[in-house]
Write a protein that binds this ligand. Structure first.
Ligand code: TMP
Length: 209
């Protein structure tokens, strides 16, 4: 299988269903006989989980965009170093719940820092900026809101206008970069799951010849 050592990211606005789809994709890859490692960004390291709590705590309402950016990048650099890089080196296919595309869409586009500036900063902080494939699960804000039933975290509380821009930011990324691909996520979980697998197969290759 060509999926060994491949780096795949599922991303999109809050409520797009990416965590469910990341799990489904990981299960499918495993069923193909390829070992998978799945992580969430920010998180999945001791430091990353602490940073995540700071970022999402509604008490930190005043956290400014550049501070958010540095914290997300710090959690990501640590996750790469501790978990992702070794997993890829061991031949595992890495399936991520969010990555750089989120920082571009949230802090870069919606927060006004600028996508190019986020990319420049990422290039200085990260050994690897872009995965082999980023799948953007696109939903309209009303559908997304209907999928979020728990108490909203600090980022989710930023309001409709911010989240409308987040979506636009993700769409902009799919226009700029060839390996950032948008899928319409306003379909059933099963249908979307099939489309994600099809996309992965098309883009990253199936069986070795
Ligand atoms: P999650 O709940 O999907 O794990 O993501 C945490 C929140 O952080 C979510 O609202 C998106 C936001 N976020 C950013 O604003 N910038 C980033 O770089 C990342 C990775 C997430």
């Amino acid at each position: 299988m060509k999926l060994e050592s491949k780096f795949i990211v599922l991303d999109g606005p809050d409520g797009c269903g990416k965590s469910t789809q990341a799990q489904l994709l990981a299960g499918w890859i495993q069923s193909q006989g390829v070992e998978v490692a799945s992580f969430r960004d920010p998180g999945d390291t001791a430091v990353g989980e602490k940073i995540r709590r700071i970022l999402l705590d509604p008490e930190h309402e005043g956290l400014c965009t550049p501070a958010e950016l540095c914290l997300y990048m710090a959690a990501r650099a640590q996750l790469w170093q501790e978990k992702i890089s070794p997993a890829l080196a061991n031949g595992r296919c890495v399936v991520m719940d969010r990555w750089m595309s989120s920082t571009c869409a949230y802090q870069g586009y919606a927060g006004g820092f600028g996508i190019e500036n986020v990319v420049r900063m990422g290039a200085d902080c990260l050994e690897r900026l872009w995965p082999d494939l980023t799948v953007i699960l696109d939903v309209d804000p009303a559908t997304a809101a209907g999928r979020m039933h728990r108490r909203l975290d600090r980022m989710e509380r930023k309001g409709d206008e911010y989240h409308r821009k987040v979506r636009a930011g993700f769409l902009e990324l799919s226009r700029i970069y060839d390996n950032v691909v948008r899928l319409d996520a306003m379909v059933s979980i099963e249908t979307l799951g099939e489309q994600v697998v099809e996309l992965v197969l098309n883009r990253l290759g199936g069986q070795d010849q």
